[in-house]
Design a protein around this ligand. Sequence first.
Ligand code: HEC
Length: 141
Amino acid sequence: MKKMIPALLASVLSVATINAAEVDGYKVYKDNCKVCHMENVDLAFVKANFRKLKAPPIMEVSNRLRDNIIIADDDDDVKREITIMWIKHYIENPSLDYSMCDPGAIDTFGIMPTLKGVLKEEEKQAVAEWLIDEFEDTNFK
Ligand code: HEC
């Protein structure tokens, strides 16, 4: 019986890995984030429509994390992993204490409502990976 547990665990883990690869992070964004974090808008649009927005545009969120999270040894893979962990944590535990959002923007938008219980583990992983990879080479302007 004891020997069966690791085998069982291994099969459960491998199923989880397959599922994570199948989840489309962009779709998770469109279904769960886009209603607040707009896509395909520029700074001019944001300035003109600031009062109508519910949250910073998604590209700006991504850029902010990339520019703000700095690690000492300049290893891109480590930085990516840390950023993914931060995003997954933040969407379930948003907080004024460690939001990186501009204070003026927080005055307008408030803090993000928690999505605890809304997304499955593989959906959180996929959307966090998408968020960090999609805007790797783009700058919100
Ligand atoms: C109901 C509106 C709403 C939804 C839905 C929403 N967010 Fe947010 N989010 C906000 C607001 C408002 C902020 C800015 C204030 C803050 O940092 O909490 C924010 C901030 C963030 C931040 C932190 C940015 C920073 O600089 O600190 C991340 C990361 C984020 N959202 C990711 C997501 C992801 C990923 C989803 C979908 C899975 C999502 N959000 C869905 C409203 C929303």
